[in-house]
Design a binder for this molecule. Structure first.
Ligand code: GUN
Ligand code: ZN
Length: 439
């Protein structure tokens, strides 16, 4: 409803969970705020207040709509820090590891995005799918075609979401229909930055696909875009697959290692996101750490394409700590759901003798990923001033979940672990974007 000064006010009621710090381990009660019967007051798309229903209800303007989700667990909308929007029809492609998978499936499918109508249709599907899964912000690879970026940002803007995306830059080792040049890649990226970076909630990511598909001249151009446009992000792939790493070694014989290829062109930094980071040597870890770059953990993809096991302890807990985020990497990844992603992350870490407590997983999907994007205070928490991007979860959504939940009485850690281990889009009751139901 509109109040006396014409702003749009509503409220969302349920069980509120939001993190205030990184959990030190299972059961770290100090890392989050939990309110059993809470209310989020939303004014013009942003959170005005969040707290006990008993305290806030009485202060709402008369007639305020209250969406009540009894038993619903309300958490900040999930953030996916690495996903490919043109791979919705690549997901579930059989039997190949990275380089073959790219050539046989991905590059074939991405060529269809030369057609603007195809890109627009897929943008609608992609956004529907993200929101059905509770994801309200994502860092997105489009294709080499500027029209694919245009279609994606336009759809995000229509939905009111805040997305980060960029045109893939690729000027070699790809089919002719998917190649730009160092010059056109630069010009087209720059035009897209001017048009979309900072337009409402949209942000741009300079996106050289990976070292294999860019010449030195193009990486140089990507570095220039980074330098010349403060505030843009940079995303690429790094050290995912052993044959990929060997190919990079042959293409860049002067580089000390794979990370050094990007380093030479000024592509490391605190707004730089490197997908995968599985087979790094110690010097690479040090450079990522020193430069405050982000290593993006993509567990379903790493398992599905058979790339290897991400070593979270070594990266984030070592002498040279690297900032880490979590992501689906659809369509190498096999699910749009951050819950499924956390479940597979848990298993990957188990195989390496490590763990992922449920609190840490939920922190990563929300506040942790927001911090990795430098967006803490705007998304990822339920705090005044943040966008009211929220997801309402139901830990009893399926018979198997409801049955398991019978054994859990009021233990939040256990409920979260059930949600991440057994949950998926079925556990998402509602997704709010700027306070509007959007699932
Ligand atoms: N490396 C270069 N391109 C890609 C891609 O599309 N997906 C994955 N998983 N790795 C890549
Ligand atoms: Zn990827």
């Amino acid at each position: 409803m509109r109040d006396m000064v014409g702003s749009d006010v509503k409220a969302i009621r349920g069980r509120l969970l939001s993190f205030v710090s990184e959990p030190a381990g299972p059961g770290d009660r100090s890392s989050y705020s939990y309110i059993d019967d809470g209310i989020v007051v939303v004014r013009d798309g942003r959170i005005e207040a969040a707290g006990e229903a008993s305290q806030l209800l009485a202060g709402l303007p008369p007639g305020t709509t209250v969406d009540h989700h009894p038993d619903g667990l309300i958490v900040p909308g999930f953030i996916d820090t690495h996903i490919h929007f043109p791979q919705t029809q690549v997901i579930a492609s059989y039997g190949a590891q990275l380089l073959e998978w790219l050539n046989k499936y991905t590059f074939v499918e991405e060529q269809r995005f030369a057609d603007a109508a195809h890109a627009e249709r897929n943008a609608v599907f992609f956004m529907d799918e993200l929101l059905r899964n509770g994801t309200t912000t994502a860092v997105v690879y489009a294709t080499v075609h500027p029209g694919s970026v245009e279609a994606f940002f336009a759809e995000s803007e229509r939905r009111g979401t805040g997305m980060i995306a960029g045109k893939v830059m690729m000027d070699r080792n790809a089919p002719p229909g998917l190649r730009d040049t160092a010059r056109t890649g630069y010009d087209e990226s720059r035009a897209l930055i001017e048009r979309w970076h900072g337009k409402g909630r949209q942000r741009y990511a300079v996106t050289p696909r990976f070292a294999i598909t860019s010449t030195e001249e193009q990486l140089e151009a990507a570095g220039a875009l980074n330098r010349e446009n403060p505030g843009v992000y940079m995303q690429t792939h790094l050290s995912e697959n052993l044959r990929e790493i060997e190919t990079v070694r042959q293409l860049f014989p002067d580089a000390r290692h794979y990370t050094d290829v990007y380093d030479r062109y000024g592509l490391l930094g605190e707004r730089s996101l490197f997908g995968h980071c599985i087979h790094l040597d110690d010097d690479e870890v040090r450079r990522l750490s020193d430069s405050k770059s982000v290593a993006v953990f993509c567990p379903t993809s790493n398992l599905f394409i058979g790339s290897g096991l991400f070593d979270l302890k070594r990266l984030s807990g070592g002498a040279d700590p690297v900032r880490v985020s979590l992501a689906t990497d659809v369509g190498g990844g096999t699910s749009y759901s951050m819950l499924r992603t956390a479940a597979e992350g848990y298993k990957v870490l188990q195989l390496g003798g490590q763990n992922l407590p449920a609190l840490s997983a939920f922190h990563m999907m929300t506040r942790g990923n927001a911090l990795a994007l430098g967006m803490g205070g705007s998304i990822g928490t339920i705090e005044p001033g943040c966008f009211a991007d929220l997801v309402v979860l139901d830990a009893k959504a399926t018979p198997a979940m409801a049955h398991r939940m019978e054994t859990i009485e009021g233990d939040l850690d256990e409920e979260l672990f059930v949600l991440m281990t057994l949950g998926d889009d079925r556990a998402v009751r509602e997704t709010y974007v700027q306070g509007q139901a959007s699932k």
